[in-house]
Design a protein around this ligand. Sequence first.
Ligand code: FES
Ligand code: FES
Length: 149
Amino acid sequence: MMRVSFTVNGKDHEVAAPPMKRLLDVLRDDLALTGVKEGCGEGECGACTVVMDGLLVLSCLVPICQVEGKHVTTIEGLAASGHLHTVQKAFLENGGAQCGICTPGMILSAAYYLDHPDEARDIREALAGNQCRCTGYTRIFESIKAASS
Ligand code: FES
Ligand code: FES
């Protein structure tokens, strides 16, 4: 076991965990932040996406020993003020979610790219790392288009 200190959604946390415990499991099991989802568990689907020190990461591939001193944002952090983020609102209004497993990762990725116009790419290319089994993607892309307009 090791002790790791880091912030999540602006709050300080210290957890005791095996060094290779996945950030995904620490967030869900230790901190009860169940907005982060597990899909494949192998770095392929994007369901476990969170932001760490300003970059999108796959939390199923990040061992907690690499999180010391980092700043993590989960989907809960996007609405920490009690108001939904523009992208969350757009998903609600445009039917961008069905089962919801991909949705937190999809929204965090979309918000990241909308916040980084310098890295702007075609939205389909930007979200290529986020898979959805339900929607056929059309409503997701419509939601993000609505959020960006
Ligand atoms: S659960 Fe992490 S990429 Fe699929
Ligand atoms: S809404 Fe079900 S996987 Fe995307």
